[in-house]
Design a protein around this ligand. Structure first.
Ligand code: GLC
Length: 436
């Protein structure tokens, strides 16, 4: 999606511009919009039907939550507008419908990586702070929804990467869950030699050319001790650590530790392979836990898997912070209904029930230690730690260009078309023009 040239700047620059414009609009007299308040003049009371724009609901429970809300909210109904499961396509459709000022697009379930971008570009309106308190939410989730002291979306669900593994196989060969990639590969060699099952593959995450690749690339780089953007806010990928992260994945594709077909996999393809019993190790998000436990015949590994923290390349693994926030579209006609739904969905009670039904990752901290949640999902403490120690992906107004540059660089190297060091040198140059 291309936006006018002046929008191509880092958040800081865009925000200073916004601040300047706000001050000018107030006559420059110093009484600009106070931090934490919503956009002046926005009507958050208008009721009526409104659409919830969201990625494909793999959990199957969203329709139940929406139906329960609608049953108790006669002033306006929420209608699910389901988008593809590919994150980049969801983003593109939300941007396009902002450009045509679609009044029906009410609630946007935005990926954590777009919330700032959507705030900077005026796609979302800031939420009224008095109606959307953020206490009780995990700090990284609130940070992901905050743009220059204003909360633009309410944290709906978080995500931290997990290593799913075949506990039955690890137990059979007296192995502990690996903490490094080297250990993981050694475990695979042992298990594959013993199992003699040609369909059984070692490991896979998400490597198709889309947002999931950015997630997995970032985890490889961070897990090798590198960074994409340093503490000084500057890109720094042309380093031995970042190159090591990428070349480890590229080598694993080359030697078959990652199956060749995984170059087209998103979350769902990996989940299906793991559930079919064809993967020993699998990197994915929390939602897989519940689906892989289903006894309707869709999973061949019921009772045979467990989760562990992500392994790293040069030490412990580092997850990329994932998740979604619910915001209100600037052009939404019925913002009152949208606001009521967001409050409902993100309430402690509804969120907890949804976590129990789906193994999604809560944004409210208390839910992780709730006895009913732990009883069904004993791995929740590992999930919480993954989120708390996760690294956010780069924040940029032109996030779409940033993630595309990362995907181009990583994809070429994983396909064996470019060398990891050349890929990182050219990515560094690109990122320097996008993130200043
Ligand atoms: C999950 C995460 C999201 C991430 C996406 C990548 O939906 O919650 O943050 O961008 O996966 O595929």
């Amino acid at each position: 999606m291309t936006f006018p040239r002046p929008a191509r700047r880092v958040l800081v620059a865009a925000a200073s511009l916004t601040a300047l414009l706000a001050a000018a609009a107030c006559g420059g007299g110093g009484s600009s919009t106070p931090a934490g308040s919503s956009a002046p003049g926005v009507d958050f009371s208008k009721q009526g039907d409104t659409e919830l724009w969201t990625g494909k609901d793999t959990s199957g429970n969203l329709k139940n939550v929406v139906a329960a809300f609608n049953a108790q909210h006669p002033a306006g109904k929420v209608i699910i507008h389901e988008l593809p499961d590919n994150a980049d396509q969801q983003r593109a459709q939300m941007i396009q419908n902002t450009q045509i000022k679609n009044p029906k697009m009410g609630i946007l379930s935005t990926d954590v990586v777009w919330t700032s971008e959507f705030a900077a570009k005026g796609i979302l309106v800031p939420l009224p702070a008095d109606q959307f308190p953020t206490d009780g939410f995990l700090k990284p989730t609130v940070d992901s929804a905050t743009y220059f002291n204003k909360v633009y979306a309410y944290p709906q669900s978080s995500d931290g990467g997990l290593l799913y593994y075949r506990k039955d196989l690890l137990d059979k060969y007296s192995l502990q869950p690996p903490t490094t990639f080297d250990e993981m590969k050694a475990d695979c060699t042992k298990i594959k030699a013993g199992e003699n099952n040609p369909k059984l593959e070692c490991f896979a995450g998400q490597y198709n050319k889309y947002e999931g690749l950015t997630v997995n690339f970032a985890e490889a780089v961070n897990g090798a001790g590198g960074v994409i953007v340093g503490d000084d806010g500057k890109p720094n990928v042309n380093t031995p650590e970042a190159i090591k992260g990428l070349s480890t994945l590229a080598d694993w594709f080359k030697d078959g530790t990652i199956p060749k077909g995984a170059i087209t996999w998103q979350e769902e393809q990996g989940r299906i392979a793991f559930q079919a019993g064809n993967l020993i190790f699998h990197r994915n998000w929390g939602y897989v836990y519940n689906l892989a436990a289903k006894t309707d015949g869709s999973s061949k590994i019921v009772g045979k898997y467990a989760v562990a923290p992500l392994p790293g390349i040069a030490g412990p693994g580092v997850s990329s912070l994932g998740g979604h926030n619910q915001g209100i579209a600037t052009n939404a006609e019925n913002k009152g209904t949208a606001a009521d739904f967001i409050k409902y969905f993100c309430s402690e009670e509804v969120m907890k029930a949804n976590v129990i039904a789906t193994s999604s990752s809560a944004t409210r901290e208390g839910i992780y230690s709730d006895p009913a949640v732990i009883k069904k999902f004993p791995y929740m403490p590992i999930q919480l730690k993954s989120i708390e120690t996760a690294k956010p992906r780069p924040k940029a107004v032109e996030y779409g260009d940033v993630t595309l540059a990362i995907q181009d660089a990583a994809y070429g190297a994983l396909q064996g078309q470019t060398q990891p060091d050349a890929a990182m040198a050219s990515l560094q140059t690109k990122l320097q023009t996008l993130i200043k």
